[in-house]
Design a protein. Sequence first.
Length: 291
Amino acid sequence: MAAASEKMFLALLFIFFMARGIIIVDANFGKSMYLTWGTQHASIQGEDLQLVLDQTSGSAAQTKIPFLFGSIESKIKLVPNNSAGTVTAYYLSSTGSQHDEIDFEFLGNISGQPYIVHTNIYTQGNGSKEQQFYLWFDPTADFHNYTIHWNPTQVVWYIDSIPIRVFMNNEEEGIAYPNKQGMKVYTSLWNADDWATRGGLVKTNWTNAPFIARLNRFRARACKWNGPISINNCASNVPSNWWTSPIYKQLSYAQMGQLNWVRNNYMIYDYCKDTKRFNGQVPPECFKTQF
Ligand SMILES: *[C@@H]1O[C@H](CO)[C@@H](O)[C@H](O)[C@H]1NC(C)=O
């Protein structure tokens, strides 16, 4: 009897979440992603995704479903040795002309020289919000965790639980924020030697091919996008929408300390400081505290 009512309770709970459109997807690569490019040499197997680039093609994968808010995380071990000219991308994106996008891109380098972590965010079709960083470790030696946390008040980029960047919701000041459309998760490895390494000066050395980036333990603890109804459902302040909890509304003091440590020691480009590029008029969010 007890077991039966427990089952009943779980079934009701499941129906409740289904009805609200809230599905916490906690699945591995094999269950939630599929290859879209370079299928002849890339591979997905359970928790592992291997992206391959050679002179015939790069490779790419994407999730089957889009999300709105939550945490998207994966462990990544980047292309080792001479990876100059290659770019490994790991990002969220919606489709259409007014698209939203939240990016991590890893720009390769010759052996022993540092990768650049390139971040950007597009809101309603508008990008041009790049920040770039060096890393405090060798990203090719081991797997490290790269997470995009995205909720109604902020987007936070984390590397091994250290926040490296925050983009706050300043919609009240007329600054667009990605909260009205679902985004799928994409990852890819391709040749970008026209710009990636030292601005395009260093070309891909194909004698080092194939280039391989490994991803592992993909997790989307996120709200499934079910169309416009999700705009409210995924943002509503209910316990199952764990990303709306007050602790995710802003960084803790300890996290602000970490963010400042990264900015002070590893940041190499900030669009907010690039006044020349914007003719002296940096975008409005640059005048708001970003954390
Ligand atoms: C590659 O190494 C050079 C020299 O250290 C550095 O200037 C550059 O920022 C590094 N990263 C990329 C992606 O170009």
